[in-house]
Design a binder for this molecule. Structure first.
Ligand SMILES: Cc1cc2nc3c(=O)[nH]c(=O)nc-3n(C[C@H](O)[C@H](O)[C@H](O)COP(=O)(O)OP(=O)(O)OC[C@H]3O[C@@H](n4cnc5c(N)ncnc54)[C@H](O)[C@@H]3O)c2cc1C
Length: 386
């Protein structure tokens, strides 16, 4: 179909990537976000090869490579630093056709904003959606009404558009743990600068991965009841207490991080849903399938959504609603499987069943690096660009 006008609600990585892809397809695109100033939630993100390939396809290959960290290896260690496994990631890049890129979220957001040729409209909070046989309208709290041929609802895990699409409230579920994340300068006493270093034990996890600008994106995971999780303490004090006795690099990281710039997040996911579309409205990204970050795939799925949606609009000509139904049929299956796999992985890592987690610790030291790579490759190759 040509000559469509698309309204995008939400300028996160999903909404922006959709805006770029739809604009490149020749459509008129307006992106709206409720915030007055766009600031990414979180410090870093690992963009696995399925997400990177889509950015390549959108002509952003050089830009993503420039902000991506060189993550050549993956090392698992015990709480006290003994090496459990050491996995060369270069064969993975070879197998799937593209290396993954850990990136700082501000770098990613700048890159996407620069690639979207128009201004994102800020300070517009979508409160309602209306549609008829001809068009769809997003209604904002400031009274503005934006009308187009279709509406892409990329308004995140607490999406207001989701209720309109599903005609019911589906609440996110707590993933059982709290995550602290931030950036620190690269330093060899923390981890080798080309390595994704992961410490596991006591159902907790500490991770550092390189991003551009000689920085590590770090995170700490700690299982907590919803009641404990809702009471944040002093960041350094909490981490010192929760990770007491862990290896020297973990202690150095706790001392070196900037508490003012460290995020504390209660992990939630959503679904899987069996619908993503109502007429001319399509959910995209976390609005449809927020995912526990334990596979590093939530944002990659939003990027996949953007390409698949654009492809159906470009390649079919029955109607907008028909193209969106095809998008839904393809994406419900893929994203549902990723949401479930990531939740299972979150439970395995964070001790939902302590026996399963103990088995995983034991398995880590015996697992062949090629098995770990193959498991990652399988998720990557389930995406739209193989
Ligand atoms: C700790 C953590 C680590 C993660 N790590 C990874 C990783 O390594 N790899 C990976 O691929 N994914 C990761 N993810 C998942 C990833 O962050 C998300 O999947 C991704 O950010 C979703 O993008 P989105 O655009 O769908 O939603 P969001 O980024 O949430 O953007 C939604 C936008 O909509 C706007 N908005 C909301 N409501 C309205 C409204 N009513 N009107 C107008 N605008 C509105 C918001 O202001 C926001 O800008 C991680 C998530 C977490 C929490």
């Amino acid at each position: 179909m040509d000559s469509l006008k698309v309204i995008v609600v939400g300028a996160g990585m999903g909404g922006l990537t959709a805006g770029i892809a739809l604009k490149q397809a020749g459509y008129e695109v307006e992106i709206y976000d409720r915030v007055a100033e766009l600031r990414p939630a979180g410090a870093g993100i690992s963009l696995w090869s399925n997400g990177v390939k889509i950015l390549n396809r959108l002509g952003l290959g050089k830009q993503i490579a420039a902000i991506g960290g060189q993550m050549n290896r993956m090392e698992y260690r015990t709480t006290t630093g003994e090496l459990l496994n050491n996995i060369d990631l270069l064969p993975l890049a070879h197998d799937v056709g593209q290396r993954p890129y850990p990136v700082a979220r501000t770098d990613l957001q700048h890159m996407l904003l620069k690639a979207f040729p128009d201004e994102v409209k800020l300070g517009y909070c979508c409160v309602a959606v209306e549609q008829d046989d001809e068009q769809v309208t997003a209604i904002f709290d400031n009274g503005h009404r934006a009308t187009g041929d279709l509406l892409v609802a990329a308004d995140g895990i607490r999406s207001v558009c989701r209720k309109y699409v599903l005609d019911e409230d589906v609440a996110p579920q707590y993933g059982g743990y709290v995550n602290w994340n931030g950036l620190v300068p690269v330093s060899e006493d923390l981890a080798p600068k080309d390595t994704w270093a992961i410490y596991v034990g006591e159902h907790k996890r500490v991770s550092m991965m390189p991003v551009a600008g000689d920085r590590f994106y770090f995170f700490f995971d700690m299982p907590m009841s919803p009641e404990e999780a809702s009471q944040p303490g002093d960041i350094r004090e909490d981490l010192t207490k929760f990770f007491a006795g862990w290896a020297e690099p973990v202690q150095a990281l706790i001392q070196r991080l900037d508490p003012e710039k460290t995020n504390r997040v209660l992990i939630h996911d959503l679904g899987p849903l069996d619908r993503m579309v109502r007429g001319r409205v399509a959910l995209l990204g976390d609005a449809a399938h927020a995912t526990c970050p334990d596979l590093g795939q939530g944002g990659c799925q939003a990027v996949e959504d953007a390409l698949v949606l654009t492809n159906y609009l470009m390649s079919t000509n029955i109607s907008v609603a028909d193209a969106l139904k095809r998008y839904e049929a393809e994406r419900v299956e893929r994203t549902g499987a990723v949401v479930q796999k990531a939740r299972k992985r979150a439970e395995q890592i964070h001790g939902k069943d302590p026996v399963v987690t103990q088995q995983w610790y034991e398995q880590l030291s015996q697992e062949k690096p090629s098995d770990v790579r193959n498991a990652i490759a399988k998720v990557i190759l389930g995406g739209p660009l193989r």
